[in-house]
Design a protein around this ligand. Structure first.
Ligand code: COA
Length: 351
């Protein structure tokens, strides 16, 4: 069996910086509230009509590919994680293939719909294919253009202030070096609270999960199910979040899944060189840090500058930490994420 190593990594964030003060002009919120509850000072928003989840993913991928020392045509599998795809279908994987002008290679492209843990789910999928020798250069991308689908009125403030745009990517390759690369990945899901952090409408649910009334279903024919008059009139077409439930569950599941990974490899939290938590909320990351007894320099936080970039947050943070010289040969790097679904996961990597 091969081991899976990260051969190249890159990130891209759009130029436009949106400080909290800009959101103060759009909704009833304050810089102080946002910073105190989430740690976020600013986020990036992609350029309208010019940037998308796909194009940002491609920019991050180009950097990762160059650092891996391969040509883009060498990529033999594309995995794309996002919750803000350009289209309902097809997925961003095929759009990225076209954007990067590598359609002639006809490599497979898979979209992963696991929100904040999408990158770790993607990493685990890639790991299985590399270990068995099926693929040799997997491109894994996490990218989000969330600014396109947020509610900028006061009603959406608990969600909209948190999220930002950006992309990260890695190239994964097989290695024969013992005790190096991805040591293990650990994935979990519990659909009980699926709607507590969700983007429900428009959609094909037809009211099955939450009842017909909320969506205004009465005598609709098939054509009127996807987006009803009531959804539109009440602007029930944005993400919603039960922040407190997400917070409470996250602070339990993050440490749990990290301990699971450590135990599986006979390691202790003190062995971790660097923890890259999904950048959900600075308070969540600080809580996890305390639980694991890690020092400030052992945890990478950048939510202050980018907000929560969902599937992109782990690869952006990992790349930033690597560029800052915080990830070196032999280091034990722990990735962990929790989010909508709920889904969560961790990965341990010996660099
Ligand atoms: N600005 C100002 N006030 C806001 C606000 C905003 N952006 N968002 C919500 N509020 C208000 C609420 O309306 C509420 O007002 P009320 O008391 O008058 O009803 C008050 O602040 C408290 O709301 P609540 O939702 O209980 O706040 P909270 O302390 O739980 O903080 C979050 C909200 C979203 C910051 C917090 O719950 C959180 O971070 N949860 C985890 C979110 C997360 O990580 N999501 C991503 C998962 S991957």
């Amino acid at each position: 069996m091969f081991h899976t190593k990260i051969a190249g990594l890159g990130y891209y964030v759009p130029e436009r910086i949106v400080p909290n003060s800009e959101l103060e002009n759009l909704m009833d919120t304050t810089d102080a509230w946002i910073q105190e509850r989430t740690g976020i000072q600013e986020r990036r928003y992609g350029k309208l009509h010019q940037e998308t989840t796909t194009t940002m993913g491609a920019r991050a991928a180009e950097i990762a590919i160059e650092r891996a020392g391969i040509q883009k045509e060498d990529i033999d599998f594309i995995i794309f994680a996002t919750l803000s795809p350009d289209y309902f279908f097809p997925g961003c994987g095929v759009l990225l293939q076209r954007e990067m002008k590598i359609t002639a290679q006809e490599m497979p492209a898979l979209d992963v719909r696991n929100q904040c843990s999408g990158f770790i789910y993607g990493l685990s999928i890639a790991d299985q294919f590399i270990k068995t020798g099926k693929y040799k250069n997997i491109l894994l991308v996490g990218s989000e253009m969330q600014s396109m689908g947020l509610d900028y009125s006061t009603r959406g403030r608990n969600v909209s202030v948190i999220f930002g745009d950006g992309a990260g990517a890695v190239v994964l390759q097989p290695s024969l070096e013992e005790n190096s690369g991805i040591l293990s990945t650990h994935l979990h899901a519990d659909g009980t609270y699926a709607e507590e952090l969700a983007f429900i409408n428009p959609g094909c649910h037809g009211g099955y999960h939450l009842g017909l009334e909320r969506f205004g279903y009465t005598d609709q024919e098939y054509g009127g199910i996807f987006l009803t008059e009531k959804m539109w009139q009440e602007q029930d077409i944005f993400p919603n979040m039960n922040g407190q439930l997400v917070f409470k569950t996250a602070v339990t599941k993050f440490p749990e899944v990290i301990h699971e990974a450590l135990k599986a490899n006979d390691l202790k939290s003190s062995d971790i060189s660097l923890l890259i938590p999904h950048q959900a909320n600075l308070r969540i990351s600080q809580f996890v840090q305390r639980q694991l007894g890690l020092k400030d320099e052992q945890v990478w936080n950048n939510i202050q500058r980018y907000g929560n970039t969902t599937a992109a947050s782990v690869p952006i943070a990992l790349t930033e930490a690597w560029e800052a010289g915080k990830v070196n040969k032999g280091d034990l790097v722990c990735l962990a994420a929790f989010g909508s679904g709920f889904t969560w996961g961790s990965a341990l990597i010996r660099w």
